[in-house]
Design a protein around this ligand. Structure first.
Ligand SMILES: C[S@@+](CC[C@H](N)C(=O)[O-])C[C@H]1O[C@@H](n2cnc3c(N)ncnc32)[C@H](O)[C@@H]1O
Length: 272
């Protein structure tokens, strides 16, 4: 529904297979996705009916406002998006978005910007340029996707804005949290991509808090790429599973072909 660099749309089936295998027959009480972005895993899990309810959260407020609008008023979102799309002036929309970050403006920026790769400057302003070859998703398609996502998530999904530790504070035994924090390389150094970073220490504290309350965790983190290993030391309560290798979206953006092994960490049986 929402184009988003780093989306787990392609990996979602493999991640859900792990969840299913660990969960057995019982449905998950509530599936939390506190670093939601395009909420690819939530959408796939809802499609498969894997959880009774969902919490979709992100620290970037305009993104959660967009999700809320998709679910509460998909037709209104589609109509508002159509008006912005028809005017077709990316720079004007970006300026208007900085004054007032409406859902339809954010969606338009995401569908038109270079390779759907979101960039924010250090002041947190969306500063990615338009891809001149992209006109943005056709409004009819947006309408169809918005109605489909709304039908999947309505009445069983809560949307929250905030830091992952806060938005998962009420998760408890029987719940599962899928964590996809900003990749280490996007948190430290020059390439600070998302509007907020996430340190290794914050991640370790989040996992510990969830495990202490009996919440099982699935975590997408690190990955070896181009011969470098960005793995960090993670708690023993997590075990590492390698998912099938995929083309590195990051390298593709830079015009290179590299393979990335996406690692998934899961709560070790008996640890939560
Ligand atoms: C790797 S992206 C998630 C992509 C997502 N799995 C998908 O399929 O689109 C990481 C997300 O974490 C959000 N984020 C960054 N710091 C955060 C924090 N402290 N708490 C919650 N969300 C945060 C960013 O806004 C970004 O949307």
């Amino acid at each position: 529904m929402i184009p988003y660099q780093g989306s787990k749309r392609l990996l979602a089936p493999a991640i859900l297979a792990v969840l299913r295998e660990r969960q057995g027959a019982a449905p998950v009480r509530c599936l939390y996705e506190p670093f939601a972005g395009s909420a690819a895993l939530t959408l796939a899990a809802a499609q498969a009916g894997l959880a009774r309810s969902h919490v979709v959260a992100d620290s970037y407020a305009p993104l959660i406002a967009l999700w809320q609008r998709i679910v509460d008023a998909p037709q209104q979102l589609a109509d508002d998006y159509r008006a912005v799309w028809q005017a077709g002036d990316y720079d004007a929309v970006r300026q208007a978005f900085h004054r007032e970050p409406t859902p339809e403006r954010l969606l338009y920026l995401l569908t038109r910007c270079v390779k759907a790769a979101v960039r924010f400057n250090r002041q947190g302003a969306f500063n990615q340029a338009a891809d001149k070859r992209r006109r943005g998703t056709h409004p009819d398609r947006v309408a169809a996707h918005a109605h489909a996502a709304a039908a999947l998530l309505r009445d069983r999904t809560q949307f929250r804005v905030g830091d992952a530790l806060a938005t998962t504070a009420d998760a408890r035994h029987g719940d599962v949290a899928y964590l996809d924090p900003p990749w280490h390389g996007t948190t430290v150094g020059r390439d600070v991509r998302y509007h907020a970073g996430y340190t290794h220490a914050e991640l370790v504290a989040l996992v510990a808090a969830l495990h202490a309350r009996g919440v099982r965790v699935l975590l997408s983190y690190d990955g070896k790429r181009g011969g470098q290993d960005f793995a960090q030391t993670l708690p023993d309560s997590l075990e590492r599973l390698d998912l099938p290798a995929m083309r590195s979206a990051q390298a593709t953006l830079l015009g290179r072909v590299e393979w990335t092994t996406e690692s998934l960490y899961a709560t070790r049986p008996g640890s939560a």
